[in-house]
Each structure stands twice: as C-alpha cells, then as structure tokens.
Design a protein around this ligand. Sequence first.
Ligand code: SAM
Length: 260
Amino acid sequence: MDLHTDRPHPARVYNYLLGGDVYFDADKHAAEQGIRSNPHSRVPPRENRAFLRRAVRFLAAEQGIDQFLDIGTGIPSPPNVHHVAQSVHPGARVVYVDHDPIVLAHAATLLDGTGETRFLKADLLDPRAILESPEVRETLDFDRPVALLLIAVLHFVGDDQDPYALVAELLAALPPGSHLTLSHLTGDFAPEAWAAVTEIFRRQGVTMRVRTRPEVVRFFTGLDLIDPGLQVLPQWRPDTDEPPASDAAVSVYGAVARKP
Ligand SMILES: C[S@@+](CC[C@H](N)C(=O)[O-])C[C@H]1O[C@@H](n2cnc3c(N)ncnc32)[C@H](O)[C@@H]1O
C-alpha cells in the first residue's frame, strides 16, 4: 500500500486540522504553513463536519432518505454518516468511497454500523467504476432515492478534470427523489488567504481549486435546491444559537438539492 507519506495528503491534512492523530510530518508541515497564511484554517473542517451531520440528519429525518453514497469520505471522525443516518433509520445503508489508502486503512471504523455499511476504494474521477462496483450494486437499491454526498471533495478536482461532468454522470444514475449534498471551499470572502493555501498545495503536487458562488451553484444544475439554498455552512439550517464564525473564516459553501 503506497501511502505517499513524504507529501501532504488532503485527508491527513484535514485530519490534522480537525485535531485527529492520523497524519505524517509532511501533512503537519502543510497544515501549519496553511495556518500561517490563514489563521482560521481549523474553522472550515470543523464547520464542514457539522454541516455533514446536519445535512444527513435532515436527509434521513425530513426527506426519508435511507441510502447514502458518500464520495470523498475522509479519515473517520465520528459520528460518521452511518451513525447519524442509522440513528434515524436503523437499517440505513451507506457506501463510503475514497481513493486514499490511509482512509481504507481506517475503514473498519466506518463499518461498525448496525445496517449495511460498505467501503470502496475508488476515485471520483471514475464515476462508472464507482457505480458499477459490487459494493455499490449490492448495497444500494437504485430503484429508490439515494443521497449522493460530495462533502469537501470537489475542490480537489481541477477544471481540466471536468468536475461538472463527473457530478452529472453520478446523478444521472440515481432515480428521481435522490438528493445531492455538496460542500465546497470558496475564495469569495478571503481571496488572498485561499490563493496562498492553494499555492501551498500546488507546490506539493496537490490540486486545489476553490470556486466562486456561481461556480458552486452550477453543480446543482437541473436539481431543485432545498431551502435555504446555497449558504456559507453555518447559515445552512443551523442547530445552535452560538454566533457563527465569519464567512471569511468558514469559506465553505454548502447546499442540499433534490433530483426532480
Ligand atoms: C477534506 S476531506 C473531506 C472528508 C469528508 N467528506 C468530510 O467532509 O469530513 C477530502 C477527502 O476526499 C478524498 N478525495 C480527494 N480526491 C478524491 C478523488 N478524486 N476520489 C476519491 N476521493 C478523493 C480525500 O482522500 C479526502 O479523504
């Protein structure tokens, strides 16, 4: 298993920023460099996990969804998708997908569900391989609505890799009533800070492409955005009275939309 421990990897940098313990020196170095150019670097991962949990609870409890395809899962940081989904629907099914071998190495934590939960090591850049995999075919019933989760992963897909076509191909395979839940880094509120972070990743050989609001909205083409539409994460159906972090500190948009 090649873990490429000599260069930073998004999943491990993210785990470091979340306060986890799954990272190597190169990941810590990149994260600390990021913190120097953007002192709020720990806010987006924290808000992103909170959004993920609110969105999955909403999908399960209010939209009746009990099947989830989570691409770009990340190193487990409980509660994970199946914990939240199965607290509403005990038999909820979840397929976790990530291309990082270190996520695979921690997949056991993702497989402790009471319902059927599977892990697939595959690449978002190859939707067909995901859709045709036994893990997906044996776990998810494509005759019933599925929630596709693309949480904090599309900003690792460059424009030359046609992220809009990838999302469209995945959605085309899902029946009406399915949902897309997506979050995405933006440079709209702190362009210089995010240009610096993007450059740190680029120098380490990692693509990062923050996107503007219209560029993120475009992922939802053909879908019905659910109220309150695309928001900076703390403004999406907040479940706390605490004052939200500033838009510049969060710098992540998120939304849930339904396939008509
Ligand atoms: C920032 S983490 C987000 C983790 C989780 N979705 C969350 O929101 O907490 C991004 C994850 O996407 C994965 N990833 C990046 N590019 C990917 C690709 N092309 N295919 C599959 N996974 C990818 C990384 O390995 C990493 O685990």
